[in-house]
Design a binder for this molecule. Structure first.
Ligand code: ADP
Ligand code: MG
Length: 680
């Protein structure tokens, strides 16, 4: 009997109404009730008076010594006092407004009281008392989130009852070998201890076991789904002459870094395999992801397929078009651009080229996923800055081919724990090395009062022939947030620097206007570009050496790092200036960290430590599951182990035959992964 298939109404005391209230809490079966964990515990463990601080709340065991007396004040108020002996101490217990307790206070009787200790009066203000000897597993009393007709007392009672009636059906789900390997508590013990621990140690054993279980099952779901897809659908095999790809790499304008070489091998291996590639390519800004993409696209074209590269902005699309054309044109490869701003005649023309297969590499924005875009033979799909696209958009692009190999590129350094959780169904490649000769971007955190000095510095750099970005957070006037308006900022800067060519860039400008602004800046005719974060992703102007960021504390560290990545792309020393006056300690710490640390991955780990996983991505787009017990910023090692352990199982044929840990396969079935649509 599976407790997850048993409705709560099977429990005596739970009718339709209570079942509804439980549903509100997300609990719809007896199985789920076992996993409805307390939010905290009330501590009723017996203490010795000598170790209790004045004003502290505690529980002591005592013997009634004197006769109780009651004083009344007015109609409703009363004060009941009674002398007790606890160990060698005589204390006074006080009950307010509960005169009826007096009848129960018989001298010589044992009593347990919980209340606040007043050390000066040797007095306990009693909140709760009991006469029975407290049971060990009731000393820490669970406190649950409750609603409607459900009370704390009721929840405690019904959960105890469930354990008695149905606990036997709580079967172990983790493989015995793993329980042994990590010395994990059994599922039954862990769940009981989670609700009714005898001491803190039991509580932490319970949490450890359940956190592992959670991470293991989550990984199992992700990996099993993926394996199933591989087993049942396969993918395309891209066959390309290895030596021709090698030649292409040799003739590139630079030598690949070791990390680039490694990820290229990983990607090409996936493409040549009969399975669909589903790979995340992480690489800090400037680590050379575009070059890697170009190699993959080249291989795909050699194999007789078309490749598509989708990017979030037109600026980026143009930039990628240029670099890809430079790299691929010598090999007679046709690279085309598809964006929303193409004139319709030209667009029709491009669409035809794509459909007929003349266009071998297509670079584009969201325009790529329009319904009327049809590929002849799409073999490789790459999305750059993948977090900028929704799941649905990426899915549509993939669906334009038959199981095309897919590469998701991101410059947002994601801490590894989060990457393998949020992207557990992907393989991960990481470029963790910068091309040689890159200089660190000197980063300073300054207060807004120093604006004049900052602008003098900007002018000095410009005088050397360099360019600068000045970033304002928002375009709209927003009194509430008190953020610098980009238009105001533009005014201020032109006032301070009247002799410089200053331009303005934001998302509200028409596409042609944006193109013009970028062209002017890229060509070096604009010296200072005042902009919103539209330049955050991908923009590559090596001559720019200064990045000034207004209200820097309003940005996430990941985003600041992206912005900083716009400079330091050439041979000259670059600078990033963070203007901020954060009030809180965390805010200050974040600015200090930014100024100190260059490595995007380390920054990401720090940010995760400082702000927790939710804040790092922003809750909504994170794709992170809400774990009940596991904590991604803490249980990192455990996650790595769980991932490896799961791999051991899903790789084996016996697992899929149900001959190896069949309970896991059954769990997957219950979770419905075998009925989920495989094809996008
Ligand atoms: P990303 O997209 O990862 O931010 P890019 O692909 O735009 O980085 O590369 C940043 C710059 O580094 C580009 O100007 C590129 O030509 C250059 N680059 C890429 N790979 C190398 C390399 N192996 N050696 C030297 N320069 C490189
Ligand atoms: Mg890039």
């Amino acid at each position: 009997m599976d407790p997850w298939s048993l409705p709560l109404t099977q429990l005596s005391g739970v009718g339709e109404e209570r079942a509804k209230d439980f549903a509100q809490l997300g609990v719809e079966s007896i199985g789920a009730l076992f996993y409805y964990f307390p939010i905290r515990y009330e501590d009723f463990r017996l203490r010795d008076l000598t170790e209790i601080q004045h004003g502290e709340k505690a529980t002591i065991r005592a013997t009634i010594y004197g006769l109780p007396t009651v004083q009344y004040y007015g109609r409703k108020k009363s004060r009941l006092t009674c002398r007790l002996v606890s160990g060698p101490h005589v204390v006074t217990a006080v009950w307010f407004n509960r005169p009826y307790v007096k009848e129960q206070l018989v001298p010589g009787k044992e009593i347990t009281i919980t209340g606040t200790w007043d050390m000066h009066r040797l007095q306990v203000n009693v909140e709760k008392h009991r006469f029975a000897t407290p049971k060990a597993d009731q000393a820490l009393e669970p406190v649950y989130r409750v609603t409607g007709s459900l009370s704390q007392t009721f929840l405690r009672k019904i959960i105890r009852q469930s354990f008695q009636q149905y606990g036997a059906h709580l079967e172990e789900i983790l493989p015995a070998s793993l329980l042994l390997k990590y010395r994990l508590a059994s599922r039954w013990d862990a769940l009981r201890w989670m609700h009714f621990p005898q001491d803190l140690r039991q509580g932490s054993w319970a949490r450890r076991r359940l956190a592992y279980e959670e991470l293991f099952l989550f990984q199992l779901k992700m990996q099993a789904f993926r394996m199933k897809q591989r087993r049942e659908l396969g993918g395309i095999t891209q066959v390309f002459p290895q030596d021709q790809v090698e030649q292409f790499i040799e003739r590139l304008p630079f030598t690949l870094t070791g990390a680039q070489q490694r990820v290229v091998v990983e990607i090409l291996k996936d493409m040549a395999s009969p399975f669909q590639m589903n790979r995340l390519l992480q690489g800090d800004v400037g680590s050379g992801k575009t070059l890697v993409a170009a190699i993959a696209l080249y291989a795909s074209v050699l194999a007789g397929y078309q490749g598509a590269l989708m990017v979030p902005t037109e600026i980026l699309a143009n930039q990628h078009l240029q670099s890809l054309q430079e790299l691929l044109a010598p090999y007679d490869i046709e690279v085309v651009l598809l964006t929303g701003s193409l004139p319709s005649r030209q667009r029709r023309d491009i669409l035809a080229q794509i459909q007929l297969g003349f266009a071998q590499v297509v670079v584009g924005t969201h325009a790529l996923i329009q319904e009327d875009v049809t590929f002849q033979r799409l073999g490789l799909v790459i999305t750059d800055e993948q977090h900028r696209f929704g799941v649905e958009q990426r899915r549509i692009l993939r669906a334009k081919g038959w199981l095309p190999d897919t590469l998701f590129m991101t410059a947002t350094p994601i801490p590894r724990t989060m990457a393998i959780t949020a992207f557990g169904d992907m393989d991960i490649s990481r470029i963790d090395e910068m091309p040689a000769g890159r200089k660190e971007v000197e980063t300073y955190w300054v207060k807004p009062q120093l604006l004049e000095r900052i602008l003098r510095f900007v002018a000095k750099e410009v005088a050397k022939g360099h360019q600068a970005y000045v970033i304002a957070p928002l375009i709209e006037e927003s009194d509430k947030l008190d953020v610098q308006n980009v238009l105001d900022l533009y005014q201020t800067i032109t006032q301070y620097l009247p002799h410089l060519t200053v331009d303005i860039m934001h998302g509200r400008l028409k596409n042609e206007e944006q193109d013009r602004v970028m062209e002017e800046f890229t060509a070096g005719r604009t010296q200072v570009l005042v902009s919103t974060t539209v330049v955050e992703v991908g923009v590559n102007v090596p001559n720019a050496t200064v990045m000034v960021i207004y209200d820097a504390d309003r940005f996430g560290l990941a985003q600041l790092h992206q912005l900083r990545g716009r400079v330091g792309r050439g041979d000259d020393q670059s600078y990033c200036i963070l203007i901020a006056d954060p009030k809180g300690e965390v805010g200050k710490e974040r600015m200090r960290i930014m100024a100190e640390i260059q490595d995007g991955f380390i920054l990401a780990e720090k940010d995760l430590e400082l702000r927790g996983p939710g804040d790092y991505f922003g809750k909504k787009q994170s794709g992170l599951p809400d774990f009940l017990v596991a904590d991604l910023s803490r249980d990192t090692t455990m996650l790595e182990y769980a991932r490896g352990d799961v791999e051991q199982f899903v790789r084996q044929e016996q697992f899929w035959q149900g001959q190896l840990e069949p309970q896991l396969l059954q769990w997957l079935e219950r979770k419905g992964i075998f009925s989920e649509q495989l094809l996008d």
